[in-house]
Structures are given as structure tokens and as C-alpha cells.
Design a protein around this ligand. Sequence first.
Ligand SMILES: [Zn+2]
Length: 179
Amino acid sequence: MSIQSADLEPCTGCGGLFLHLDGPTHRYMESSASCWATFGAMNDPSRSIEYVPFSALTVDAYAAQHPGQPSHQTVNSVAIHLMVLFGVLERGYEPEQALWLRTRPGRLGKTLKHDRFHWLTPPSFTSRLTLADVVAGRTPRERSPMIQAWTEDVWAAWAAPHSVQVEAWFERYILSERL
Ligand SMILES: [Zn+2]
């Protein structure tokens, strides 16, 4: 069965082209149903994506490329996932430290939570890699390295306008012991 381009629709978040699908989407990460379903299926053994270190960052790349609309939740989500990408791609943290990076700002407790970050206007993802590119490879060997390339491209899109702000947050909420 060949896929006709007419069957493909762009994701409202990342712009990647996916076969149309009716289904659920995430509560605040805006995407097409098909992009969200593809993300959900990434850990499905039938997908046959080999484990690569950057597999630990798929949730960060996905969240950053589907920022949604400004709200407390999306502000917090985008900021934290961008700090993880910054930590690994700019500061040399290992991908396996992603969980530590992701949860470290939580040690501040709830009191500061809504004042820490602000909304960053999302960059355009036109011509950037998306999840559609990751799953487009014909074999696991073709698909798996795309996870790192995709993650790097998502960060590159954000870094151009916002790396200074993300670095400032990283210094304050990941590294600093004095708050
Ligand atoms: Zn998408």
C-alpha cells in the first residue's frame, strides 16, 4: 500500500506529516492525534527502535516541540524540558541524567512554583526534524540515530531565540544551592 501525500496531515504542534487519525491528544501539549499516537507507540516493541542513549530525552524533545498555549502548566513544562535539553546538549550532562535534571527544580517545593518561569514564544519548527522523521526510517538502524538528530534540532530551534534565558534558569534552578 502506498501512502498518498493527500492522506498526510501536518501536526498542529511540530508540523510533522502523519497519516490522519482520530483519537486523543495530550491535555496541554498540542499536537495532532496521529503525532501523539506515534509518540505513545515509540516504546512499543513492534516499532523496533533500538535503545540509544538519547531515547531518554524523547519526552523532552517532544514536549519542547509541542508547547501548547500559555498556562502555568505549559510554562513549567516547556521550561523544565528545555533545561534538560540545555543540560545535555550544552553542558555535557549524560542523557541518562535526564530524569535527575527534570526533577531537580521540584526540590523548591510548591511556593515558588508559579513564579519561576515565564512563557517563551515558541520558535518555528518549519524545516526542523520532527517525530515523523524519526519514524520514517525503514529499519531500526535507520530510525534510532534520528532520535539524537531530532533532539538536537528541536533544541537548536529554541536555542536561537531563548538560550540565554534557558541558561539563566539552568544556573538558578538546576545548579544553584542558594535560591
Ligand atoms: Zn507533532
